[in-house]
Design a protein. Structure first.
Length: 87
């Protein structure tokens, strides 16, 4: 059981950034707030970076090296993301 749960959590945590952006994308209220924030800041890349950084902080998941970049996210809000790993 523990080995299975470790596999599940490790796999989920490695794509948590993409999962959260998908969650935003599929929630009408969150998507509106996201688009309003992007319009207010005028910088999509920085907004996405700040969200990704906050995800790592919130879940204690620092980015792996640049070589672990995922360039095929499920979310349409991002072009890619760095995998996370538990500290």
């Amino acid at each position: 059981m523990n080995d299975f749960l470790k596999l599940v959590f490790d796999k989920y945590e490695s794509q948590i950034t993409d999962s959260i952006f998908c969650f935003i994308e599929n929630d009408r209220d969150l998507m509106k707030a996201y688009l309003d924030l992007v319009a207010e800041k005028g910088d999509l890349q920085n907004v996405n970076f700040q969200i990704s950084k906050a995800i790592g902080t919130r879940y204690n998941l620092p980015c792996k090296s640049e070589s672990e970049r995922m360039d095929s996210p499920k979310s349409k809000l991002i072009q890619g993301y760095n995998e996370k790993e538990r500290r």
